[in-house]
Design a protein around this ligand. Structure first.
Ligand SMILES: C[S@@+](CC[C@H](N)C(=O)[O-])C[C@H]1O[C@@H](n2cnc3c(N)ncnc32)[C@H](O)[C@@H]1O
Length: 418
């Protein structure tokens, strides 16, 4: 989609075409027929293509933006790189809490997901976006959601901006560039060291980074926060100046917002939020397997807060380098999933196959940590590849890990509600 087609899409006739396309069959099977039917009635094939692309992107965007997706506009890259609404709203609430009504400069605002969330939280935002089409899309999104008075978007190179006079800077630099996915923060676009330098020129800042950021790369004065949604780690954010808390490291878990049929609008409820902060728990004790295994949420692991979870559940680690906590007590916590350990065996495919047969296991879940085992291959070797053989009705979660050099297999069951 080019800028001319996007602009045409926003005219009254473009909007009528968009509505028509929204009612049509745009599935893989129906797309071609729909496109030729629409082209018969509308002269501009590039406008028809833009409308169909928009309808398909909106359908995909519902998982991130709920019902707003049907009023918003997207580019494929802009959608893929955008922050999901629940995470953006959570982050915006922190801005609103600490800097109510602040003026925030966003360096590389993409299609505007974070800008929109902050505007809804009452902050004044100016977004700068290098790609002219993406900037136009962000501007259209601000208007479509009725936030014109609170947020504005300019096309331009954010690294040339002067942040002086703003209360805060926000940046979510692109990590998928023309050269593919980049891991070195110096290769982010805009580059991380440039946005950090700009962030230092204002009283407060928040910089979104990849969750895999090495802890050594986190500036000493930043509070680093890892965020997961429904158990999947999505991102990390570095809070600086007046936005930084004193926790040092935080893991924040948002309840899942994506498990809805694609056709159903998401409920407009606030996500549920749990935050764990570093308490100086230090290294967890090393101990023998207890009655329960706790698998910490990925955000907890990334934030190096496994010791805090071990404290919460009164447990320790069977291997000091592997983030499986074990305890004799069942203490439900949002920060880890609990499994009751039925048996601990030395890892052996032959022995496991016999054991699963003896237990009449019909549904097997395999988890691993600290093991090089190929899970698909192991499932096949255990008789759980594809075709359902004559098996029993038992369900089992097999956890493959190691203690020191010894590979072990834990036969477990998830504890309901824990
Ligand atoms: C990860 S995206 C931002 C997504 C945004 N937070 C959202 O949720 O929609 C990063 C954006 O920075 C833009 N960008 C990269 N270099 C830039 C620069 N020097 N100046 C302005 N924008 C830039 C990219 O075009 C991209 O749209």
């Amino acid at each position: 989609m080019d800028i001319a087609s996007f602009r045409a899409l926003r005219t009254p006739s473009g909007q009528a075409l968009l509505r028509e396309a929204a009612e049509a069959d745009v599935s893989e099977d129906g797309l071609l027929a729909t496109a030729s039917r629409l082209r018969e009635r509308h002269d501009d094939p590039s406008l028809v293509a833009a409308a169909l692309t928009q309808v398909r992107l909106r359908a995909r965007a519902r998982a991130k933006f709920g019902a707003d997706a049907d009023r918003m506009y997207f580019t494929q890259a802009g959608l893929e790189q955008s922050t999901r609404a629940s995470v953006a709203a959570y982050r915006a609430a922190r801005f609103a809490d600490r800097l109510p009504g602040a003026r925030v400069l966003e360096l590389g605002c993409g299609i505007g997901a974070d800008l929109i969330a902050r505007a809804r939280a009452g902050l004044i935002g100016e977004g700068v976006e290098l790609d002219p089409l993406t900037a136009e899309v962000a501007r259209a999104n601000v208007a479509a959601l009725g936030l014109d008075g609170l947020a504005s978007v300019r096309a331009g190179d954010a690294t040339k901006e002067d942040p002086a006079g703003f209360d805060a800077v926000f940046a979510d630099p692109g990590r998928r560039t023309a050269r593919g996915r980049v891991f070195d923060p110096r290769s982010y676009e805009p580059p991380f060291d440039v946005v950090l330098e700009m962030a230092r020129q204002v009283p407060a800042a928040c910089l979104k980074v990849a969750p895999g950021i090495p802890h050594e790369a986190v500036p000493d004065d930043a509070e680093a926060e890892w965020i997961s949604v429904g158990g999947d780690v999505k991102e990390a954010a570095l809070w600086l100046g007046g936005l930084a808390g004193d926790a040092g490291r935080r893991a924040t878990l948002l309840s899942s917002d994506t498990h809805f049929p694609e056709t159903e609008p998401l409920p407009e409820t606030e996500p549920r939020v749990w935050t764990l902060t570093s308490s100086g728990a230090g290294e967890p004790d090393v101990r023998a397997w207890g009655r329960y295994l706790y698998e910490p949420d990925g955000a907890v692991i990334r934030a190096h807060l496994v010791g805090e979870v071990a404290d919460l559940v009164g447990g320790g680690l069977a291997d000091p380098r592997i983030a499986y906590v074990t305890s004799d007590e069942l203490r439900p916590t949002p920060f880890a999933s609990a499994y009751e350990i039925e048996d601990v065996l030395p890892f052996s495919v032959k022995r496991l196959r016999a054991e699963l047969r003896r237990r009449e296991v019909g549904v097997l879940t395999v988890k691993k940590r600290g093991s090089a085992v190929d899970v698909d291959r192991l499932r096949r070797d255990l008789g759980f590849g594809g075709r359902r053989a004559e098996r029993g009705a038992e369900e089992l979660t097999l956890v493959v890990t190691r203690v020191g050099r010894d590979p072990v297999a834990l036969l477990t069951h998830p504890v309901a509600g824990a």
